[in-house]
Design a protein around this ligand. Sequence first.
Ligand SMILES: [Zn+2]
Length: 310
Amino acid sequence: MTIDFDTALETVCFTGLRPGPKLLVTGAVHGNEICGPQAIARAIEDCRSGRLAIARGHVTFVPVVNAKAYRQGTREGDRNLNRDLRERADPSSNEDLLGNVLCRLLRAHDVLLDIHSFRSRGEPFVFVGPSNNAGPIEPFRLAEPERDLARRLGPRLAMFGWLPTYARAAAARNGNAAEGTGTTEYLRSCGGYGVTLECGQHTDPRAPDVAYDAILRALNHLRLTDAGPPSITVERAIEIVDVVLCHSVGDRLVREWRTGDPVKAGETIATREDGSPLAAPADGFVIFPHANARPMEEMYYFGVAGSLGI
Ligand SMILES: [Zn+2]
């Protein structure tokens, strides 16, 4: 008999005996990002054995959000769960069904730590949302606590500017700006806050430790444990300001960029099929380079030095 593991989502909760915030920790929203499941399983065992004591508040661990993709070893099951995340009255795919459960889970929590890894090489970083604003794309009022958490999770680098940049890319391919809504964006829209932790390259053996350390730091920072507050680790920030789409299969990155590689204004990052160069518009950084991007997929993002000041 074949057992279908994809029909339920495993959640493991620990509730402190004193009041405190509700934290959600998620792994494998993308199925091939295995550092989250490993780190979360370790944290669950620590809580069960008493090595890690939840003193107040509540933590929900979801080791594997996208079980179908995880089992397949692929980023997606039927589609990217971390795009256009919302509740659907007529779910028609694995990710639609998961999205409905995930949205309810997110709404039941105050804070999210969503653990990912990425394709290219590069140092770990943490993604934060916008500054406080009342604008149309991503209105937000909790930038201070979100950035305070992000600064203390272990990585030295923080990034921001995802949603406005993604919305421009979506517009460029006649898509929907809401496509950029993933887990953190959804929780912000519901009155909470959260960060995406990118632990390094998918296969980096250090990534599970980066993820585990961040879980402990989040628990300590939010005072779910009695351990003291974690140190500030973020030293610099990059604001993502542009995304370059692949237009045709002959478009090429000029070298094997790593996420976070610095480039000078005018430096060629990639070339179009006809040989015309795609140059850095300013001194900045290459983010999420994708050497095998297909037409209308993102070939790379571009960022500039930014500040997490609010
Ligand atoms: Zn991911």
